[in-house]
Design a protein around this ligand. Structure first.
Ligand code: 5AD
Ligand code: SF4
Length: 494
């Protein structure tokens, strides 16, 4: 198989945990629950953006199923078309506007068909959306999904329906997500919502609201349920998982909860990881995203203690330069980040590290860009999600700073970042040739149906001959060759 082929495959398999462009616009299907009376209507849902959005679409599907709607993968057939949107960069929004135009025909053909916009772009634009995109009937923000059946009814009676209220409490804790287009082996579990960090470039705190953690008992119950259904990997999702903190005591809120470190009953992220790891030794546990300012050694020790907590940390650096990091309001500097990387390498020496990088943030100089490249040289990321800076209305950066790095400079810097990353990824993969990894088989390779693919604990994709192996099982694979994106191997019989 050619290198190009594998690279394409990896472009699909290894897309970011955070921003999964490969699944952008995927139509999601599910079975309808048997115990709910159907209302004869069908909904179609398409998701864009981060994994959190994909997880939210599964909550939406659950709410709609309970209201009697069936899911369909064909928008032509749908009575209700939903698009779960992303606002993180300008081009994400453009793509969604473009997509909405495709749905115009359905409305013309099918009398009474409704179009709803969900997620971050809905929250950012609110009622404006209805003015800008006349075909839209429903606008619902990330904390308004329980209100969807009511909004649909309202829209059905000819009014435009909007709910963009953000909540301080909503975690959809007890709603059992309907797994959409699932491989039946890996699943995401939202452990918290919102973000309190206020990175200067980021629109998320405005679109997803204040940070709140979900009851750990409902998280563990969801993990158990998934395990019983045959799932073998869960990824705990949050914008900043290290600040997960939950207590049953309703008086422990805000600062009090933060300070109640050793208070009985307060569960932090390390504690949550342990509880999920104990669900079953052969249930893999992953998590995303860690924040360099909050990632504690406790979390790293917990990773080292449990073999089923995967040895992979996604630790967005954004920039390698302390002045830029300060302007970004990341609340750590280059030295601090390096010290966190050292902690990972010391406590979990076999961990792979991935990152997010933004090129061309406001006023970034050539030397400051070089600091990002040298940080990459130092860490050697196994995976990186690399973006040019895109100014978002309403953010701190948009208010305070000029977006003054010319587009072609941003793009050239990004290219340099991408080029270095490729070299590192290949280097790291070459170091794996000759090693044996335990792989959780996820499915049949999209490129060759005689091959299977899965991941090792470091989250690297490994492709190997199918034999009589089945997805959902573990197998030891000897790596025999690689590209910059994939390990290629053969099964080792015990
Ligand atoms: N421009 C470019 N990239 C951004 N990200 C967040 N906001 C922006 C923006 N305005 C990137 C960050 C973040 C990832 C999810 O998206 O790198 O970690
Ligand atoms: Fe945005 Fe920063 Fe929160 Fe991540 S941590 S969602 S980049 S504000």
């Amino acid at each position: 198989m050619s290198e190009e082929l594998y690279n394409n495959e990896v472009a699909f398999e290894l897309q970011p945990k955070v921003i999964d462009e490969s699944r952008q616009g995927e139509a999601l299907a599910s079975a309808h629950p048997k115990n709910v009376k159907s209302n004869g209507k069908k909904f179609y849902i398409e998701s864009y953006g981060c994994q959190m959005n994909f997880a939210d679409s599964e909550v939406v599907a659950s709410i709609l199923n309970s209201a009697g709607f069936h899911a369909t993968t064909e928008f032509i057939d749908a009575d209700l078309i939903l698009i779960n949107t992303c606002a993180i960069r300008e081009n994400a929004e453009q793509r969604i506007r473009h997509r909405l135009q495709h749905f115009r025909g359905v409305k013309k053909r099918k009398k009474g068909a409704l179009i709803g916009v969900l997620g971050c772009m809905a929250e950012r634009l609110k009622e404006q959306f209805l003015e800008q995109e006349k075909i839209v009937d429903i606008v619902a923000g990330p904390d308004a999904y329980r209100a969807l059946p009511g909004l649909i009814e309202e829209a059905g009676s000819g009014q435009k329906a909007v709910n963009v209220l953000l909540s301080r409490e909503e975690t959809y804790a007890e709603i059992s997500p309907v797994r959409l287009n699932s491989n039946g082996i890996t699943a995401f579990i939202s452990i918290m919502r919102g973000c309190d960090n206020m990175c200067a470039f980021c629109v998320v705190p405005f679109t997803r609201g204040r940070e709140r953690s979900r009851d750990w008992k409902s998280i563990v119950a969801e993990a158990k349920d998934l395990y019983e259904q045959g799932y073998r990997e869960v990824t705990l999702l949050g914008q900043n998982v290290d600040s997960y903190r939950y207590s049953d005591d309703p008086t422990l809120i805000g600062k009090k909860l933060l300070e109640a470190k050793y208070h009985e009953g307060v569960v932090n992220f390390a504690g949550l990881m342990e509880k999920v790891a104990l669900v079953a030794p052969d249930l893999r546990v992953r998590f995303s995203t860690s924040h360099p300012k909050d990632m504690t050694d406790d979390v790293l020790h917990m990773m080292a203690r449990y073999p089923n907590i995967c040895k992979y940390v996604h630790l967005p650096v954004q920039s390698g330069n302390s002045r830029i990091l300060e302007m970004m309001n990341r609340t750590y500097d280059r030295q601090w980040y390096i010290q966190r990387i050292e902690a990972i390498k010391r406590i979990v020496p076999d961990a792979a590290i991935s990152t997010d990088i933004i090129s061309g943030f406001c006023s970034e100089t050539e030397e400051e860009h070089q600091d990002t490249l040298s940080m990459m040289e130092y860490v050697k990321y196994s995976m990186a999600y690399m973006f040019v800076y895109s100014e978002r209305p309403g953010t701190v950066a948009a208010k305070k700073y000029k977006d003054d790095v010319p587009e072609e400079v941003k793009k050239r810097r990004l290219q340099e970042i991408v080029d270095i990353h490729r070299i590192h990824a290949l280097e790291l993969n070459k170091e794996d040739v000759g090693k044996i990894f335990e792989v959780l088989i996820e499915g049949v390779s999209a490129r060759n149906n005689m091959e299977l693919y899965g991941r090792n604990t470091q989250n690297k994709v490994i492709v190997f001959p199918k034999g009589d192996l089945k997805p959902g099982t573990y197998v030891n694979v000897l790596v025999t060759s690689c590209t910059s994106g994939t390990l290629i191997g053969t099964v080792v019989k015990d």
